[in-house]
Write a protein that binds this ligand. Structure first.
Ligand code: ZN
Length: 446
């Protein structure tokens, strides 16, 4: 198998969509970004009341803050941007174009408050499509692929994937998120060799397929996104083994670009695919001091648009804590690769140790098939500090909720791996609730 190509892929096309950008050196990438940033910075100062005020309040009065000094600018958060929307609805004080140039509007899910909006000009839509095309092409999707996508058409930014699949030129088979019957029909009918879904749903499909006729499916590739999991070995290995597929993952962030990182078939973490349009920094999660992007570095990703027209953001704190896996890659891309460790919002502290719920999934996954692979942490208070034992609910197949020995084994595994005491409750699939499509890793329940 040539590097950067799926095992099932025998085509001879270049597996890199945008070879110039995706293989350039860091110095070249910086130069490309720095000149784009000059224009973007002026656009912000001239047209964004939100950023003009924010920079003024931070004591930034220069006509230009060059990219190499970007750390002199203040961070932006989703809460500030939401306030900006509220003070000048519907598009807010960070709208940098006349409203009639807004040609597409997505909404955010509002999991952290009231829904918000994301406005795009035609140029913004194209920019998202360009980045997304690099991202999905990197996973191994080519024009000869047939892709069943469960990412929905809207109202969320994941709907932008449809433009991306059209740009690649593959067959697209859209299904609504969580419509299990249509997914299974589509796969068994041989309509698709590739599935785009959440890792929760892929896991659900794997659990269902363990007893059914996997061999009738043409499925060979699953691209997971929308939540962490595709990069967790216990989850990925299970899906790959049961469904006999290659799992790659993608990640994006609504305020920046819906598909911004894509993992190639080398499966060594997700490549940054936003070159020329988005600038990424890494900062220490606690001090917020800059951290060099190099193999082994851990930090929070900070994003700055370089070419956004309607709602550009500068130094946006994305909330994703990642580990840099390094660069370059056997696939030929020079862009850095990373894996998500967890969401800052989901993190809690037990006796001074930071814990991300995705780490709990990695432990729970070892107990398959006695568990389904889904689990969540119950937070009784809003305090980031949690007293042990930490309540964890683990989903088990129907009829296994009374297996006290299993609960104790998971508690012991959590203790030995993550060094904190847990109180595990076993919950059947019916009682766990939420469709198998997406799993909230943390539930607040006093
Ligand atoms: Zn690669």
């Amino acid at each position: 198998m040539p590097a950067g190509r799926l095992p099932s892929d025998i085509c001879d096309r270049d597996p890199i969509w945008d070879r110039e950008v995706e293989t350039e050196t860091h110095v070249q990438a910086f130069g490309r970004a720095a000149s784009a940033w000059e224009k973007q910075f002026r656009h912000l100062i001239d047209h964004s009341p939100f950023y003009a005020r924010k920079f003024r309040e931070a004591g930034v009065h220069q006509k230009l803050v060059p990219l190499k000094n970007i750390a002199n600018l203040p961070f932006s958060t989703k809460y500030e941007l939401k306030d900006g929307i509220d003070e000048a609805p519907p598009f807010g004080s960070n709208l940098c174009v006349p409203p009639e140039q807004v040609k597409r509007v997505y909404q955010t899910s509002g999991t952290t408050g009231a829904p918000s909006v994301l406005a795009l000009t035609l140029s913004d839509m194209e920019m998202w499509t360009v980045i997304g095309t690099r991202t999905y092409f990197a996973t191994g999707i080519h024009d000869h692929s047939s892709v069943l996508t469960t990412f929905g058409a809207g109202p969320f930014v994941a709907g932008h994937t449809h433009f991306v699949l059209s740009r690649i030129g593959c067959r697209s088979v859209p299904v609504a998120p969580g419509d299990t019957d249509r997914v299974i029909f589509g796969l068994k009918a041989g309509l698709a060799d590739t599935l785009l879904s959440t890792p929760s749903f892929a896991q659900y499909l794997a659990n269902k397929s363990e007893m059914s006729d996997r061999q009738r499916m043409a499925l060979s590739h699953i691209v997971t996104g929308g939540e962490p999991g595709g990069g967790i070995p216990a989850i990925r290995d299970h899906i790959q083994r049961v469904l006999d597929v290659t799992v790659t993952e993608v990640m994006g962030i609504g305020d920046i670009a819906p598909s911004l990182f894509g993992e190639c078939p080398q499966q060594q973490g997700m490549h940054f695919c936003g070159g020329g349009h988005v600038w990424v920094e890494l900062v220490d999660p606690d001090s917020r001091e800059p951290v060099t992007i190099e193999a082994g570095a851990v930090g929070e990703l900070v994003y700055t648009h370089l070419t956004r027209e309607a709602m550009p953001v500068a130094r946006f704190l994305g909330g994703d804590i990642v580990r840099i896996e390094g660069s370059p890659c056997a696939c030929g891309r020079a862009t850095f690769r990373m894996r998500v460790i967890g969401r800052r919002d989901d993190m809690f502290i037990v006796r001074g140790v930071n814990v991300y719920p995705s780490a709990i999934l990695a432990v729970v996954g070892r107990f398959r098939p006695r568990v389904t692979g889904r689990a969540r942490v119950i937070r009784k208070t809003a305090d980031v500090s949690v007293q042990p034992p930490v309540p964890i609910e683990v989903e088990v197949p129907d009829g296994h909720a009374g297996d006290q020995k299993l609960a104790e084994e998971i508690e012991a595994a959590v203790h030995s791996t993550l060094t904190f005491r847990a109180k595990v409750g076993l919950i059947t699939e019916a009682a766990f609730g939420e469709s198998g499509y997406k799993t909230r890793l943390t539930v607040n329940r006093p």
